[in-house]
Design a protein around this ligand. Structure first.
Ligand code: PEP
Ligand code: MN
Length: 337
């Protein structure tokens, strides 16, 4: 439920409304905008005496939220959410570029990629220590050893770090080493994992499932938010279609649609969507032109030797070219880099 306050409401009268809601065991998400003041009520509003609430001097009217995803909906929170991590703002004016290898394979490989993406202007180093592989015989990641290397790469470059958490049992461990946790496409509806990352105080990148609807995607975000973690970043990573020449298909529609439905930042992963190096740059440009708040791109200094996803990894030189192209597109869509 949203409480719409009168434009003339005083600070004290607004506080009275907030205190009233809290006194009934619920919390508020106050969005003190310029013209309208909306207060989102968090929790089961059935226990709230609506008549008494409507009677408070600051209250104009009570508006029920109709969407199933309440906390994630723009109805609940009209202004964009800006996720802040180590001084970096995700979902604000600045385009945020996350780049790095698919998997952490060793110190030299990770540091080489980390320095390359940093020099090209990336803000976040992506790299996975736990890999969700289709075959159990493929490289599964370096685990905690990999996380230690990621921490080392952060210290060496100053980049913010992000990595995938695959298992509920690893959430605490992963949160100890990195700045942003990622829930991958295969786990979008792993509800226990979603609840667990909802309890930590680090931002979470949530990827769409390959066959999920946007409603299911936003409800997955809702699982995280309902546990208290409001710093969710939606990542559009492509969907499964009948096309076989590409790995998946980037659904560019989702960028403006997610922005319309939700206040959460929306980033795009062109690498997994395309699965082919040559497509990653044009898909990245399209994503930024369509309003993405950032990108998650795979970069590897020696893709021919990569233990995972070498075919879709950009070379550092490709990545530098991409960054230079994005610097031209960004101002056209009102972004800085
Ligand atoms: C990844 O980004 O490393 C990854 C495995 O992607 P996805 O979960 O989108 O398949
Ligand atoms: Mn990958």
């Amino acid at each position: 439920m949203i409480i719409k306050l009168k434009a003339s409401a005083s600070k004290e009268a607004i506080q009275q409304v907030i205190d009233f809601v809290r006194a009934h065991g619920l919390d508020v998400d106050a969005s003190l905008g310029k013209e309208v003041t909306l207060v989102g009520v968090i929790g089961d509003t059935r226990q709230l005496p609506k008549q008494a609430l409507e009677f408070l001097p600051a209250v104009e009217k009570l508006i029920p939220i109709l969407k199933d995803y309440k906390l994630a909906s723009r109805e609940f929170h009209p202004e964009n959410t800006v996720v802040k991590v180590n001084g970096l703002k995700i979902g604000g004016e600045q385009l945020v570029i996350m780049a790095g290898p698919c998997a952490i394979e060793g110190e030299e490989q990770l540091l080489e990629a980390a320095h390359a993406v940093k020099e090209a202007g990336a803000h976040v180093l992506r790299a996975s220590a736990f890999k969700p592989r289709t075959s159990p015989y493929d490289f599964q990641g370096m685990g905690e050893e990999g996380l230690k290397l990621l921490r080392k790469a952060k210290q060496a470059t100053g980049l913010v770090t992000e990595t995938e958490v695959l298992d509920v049992r690893d959430v605490e461990l992963v949160a100890k080493y990195v700045d942003i946790l990622r829930v991958g496409a295969r786990n979008m509806q792993n509800f226990d994992l979603l609840r667990e990352v909802g309890k930590i105080d680090k931002p979470v990148i949530l990827k769409n499932g390959i066959s999920s609807t946007l409603k299911e995607f936003l409800l997955a975000a809702e699982y995280i938010m309902a546990e208290g973690n409001r710093n969710v970043i939606l990542c559009s990573r492509g969907i499964r279609t009948f096309e076989t020449l590409t790995r998946f298909t980037l659904d560019v529609n989702t960028i403006p649609l997610l922005h319309k439905e939700s206040h959460l930042p929306v980033i795009v992963d062109p690498s997994h969507a395309a699965g082919i190096r040559e497509l990653v740059q044009p898909m990245s440009r399209a994503a930024v032109a369509a309003g993405a708040d950032g990108l998650l791109v795979e970069v590897h200094s020696h893709p021919e030797k990569a233990l995972c996803d070498g075919k879709q990894a950009l070379l550092p030189s490709d990545f530098r070219q991409l960054m230079s192209d994005l610097r031209k597109i960004a101002p056209i869509v009102g972004r800085t880099m």
